[in-house]
Write a protein that binds this ligand. Structure first.
Ligand code: NAP
Ligand code: ZN
Length: 347
């Protein structure tokens, strides 16, 4: 077994603190890589707080993981010692169902194995995430990371990146479309970058007037403060797509009114409570509401390659792991610019 250092929550809502546990030995199809950076996703905070469902504790969060390969099993073909590597929100799936065969492992009909707060395929061994010094993952779920980009700023691509890239690709958002990105946080700022790269006219819908300058720097063409009635009124019925990245309760009906006829609101944010949606908000204008979860492994590699080619990374604040609680508090208040990334050398 591989002794692993980490930061873990021992029970729900508890502060994270140092914890040592054991990872499995490197199997013949496994890759072990030492973690250099791990992004901090709002999902980490939701899960430590049991916002969605009762979690598995102790919990080591973290699913935006990058580092360098230190060992590979004898059957591993895609990686060698010294390569850069990354892992996102899943570390396994059944690999046999209809969805897995279509490169949609995130929608595995037997359920994918989440990187943390999940169970291995044996149904009993808990998984532990990236707030740790090393990880063992089967080869198929390890991604190649370019040596060209700033590695710390690449880590958020493994969740925030793919979660926004995948729906924009699926709905073919691009030239001629008006895209609104709702919420300018970790996911939102990547949604802006991809929306702009794909040629859409991008508007940020935000509760934080202070973020306007940043939104424009990120490439957004317009900025709407959602508490400003006049600005919201001017945006009524104008968007083809709204990419909703909000982590907290919000009024879906109000945002649906900003879609034009046949527009689609794509939910990627996961507030703790279900939303109330009036049928009237949809039928007046034949509007749709849809959802999207992360992305498959092949598409995640495609996104990483696209980012390397187009020089796209996340805007980050690099933090010491001891400051994780402060980062969580700031994230809770919407005060992220635009992703915290843990420098794992500080573990
Ligand atoms: P984040 O960095 O904290 O950003 C969320 C943003 O939402 C905030 O910065 C804020 O932006 C806005 N916001 C917060 N509270 C709000 C409220 N009450 N009303 C309106 N806007 C509000 O979070 P994240 O890491 O991007 O994650 C966002 C959500 O996506 C989380 O729920 C997370 O669990 C979920 N997620 C889903 C997937 C998936 O597969 N679908 C993957 C990863 C994460 P402004 O300051 O601009 O208003
Ligand atoms: Zn995430």
């Amino acid at each position: 077994m591989i002794k692993t250092k980490s930061y873990a929550a021992q029970s729900p809502n508890e502060n994270l603190a140092p914890w040592t546990f054991e990872r499995r030995e490197v199997g013949s199809h496994d890759v072990q890589f030492d973690i250099l950076y791990c992004g901090v996703c709002h999902s980490d905070l939701h899960q430590v707080n049991n916002d969605w469902f009762p979690g598995i504790f102790p919990m080591v969060p973290g699913h935006e993981i990058v580092g360098r390969v230190v060992r590979v099993g004898d059957h591993v073909k895609k990686f060698k010692v010294g390569d850069l590597a990354g892992t996102g929100c899943m570390v396994d799936s059944c690999q046999e169902c209809e969805n897995c065969k279509k490169d949609l492992e995130q929608y595995c009909l037997e359920g994918n194995t989440q990187t943390y707060n999940g169970l291995e395929r044996d149904g009993k061994t808990p998984t532990y995430g990236g707030y740790s010094n090393t990880i063992v993952v089967r080869e198929e779920f390890v991604l190649h990371v370019s040596e060209k980009l700033d590695l710390a700023a690449v880590s958020p691509l493994l969740c925030a990146g793919i979660t926004t890239y995948s729906p924009l690709r699926h709905w073919k958002v691009g030239k001629g479309h008006k895209l609104a990105v709702l919420g300018l946080g970790g996911l939102g700022h990547m949604g802006v970058k991809f929306g702009v790269a794909f040629g859409a006219e991008v508007t940020v819908l935000s509760t934080s007037p202070k973020k306007e300058e940043d939104a424009k720097r990120l490439g957004a063409h317009h900025f709407v403060v959602t508490s400003d009635e006049a600005q919201v009124k001017a945006a009524l019925g104008t968007f083809d797509f709204i990419l909703d990245t909000v982590s907290a309760e919000h009024d879906f009906n109000m945002y649906l009114s900003l879609l034009r006829t046949d527009g689609t609101m794509i939910c990627v944010g996961v507030p703790p409570k279900p939303a109330e949606i009036a049928a009237f908000s949809l039928l007046g204008g034949r509007k749709s509401i849809a959802g999207s979860g992360i992305g498959g492994i092949a598409e995640t590699q495609e996104m990483l390659d696209f980012c390397a080619e187009h020089n796209i990374v996340s805007d980050i604040e690099l933090i010491d792991i001891k400051d994780i609680q402060t980062a969580y508090q700031r994230m809770e208040k919407g005060d992220v610019r635009y992703r915290f990334v843990i420098d794992m050398a500080t573990l």
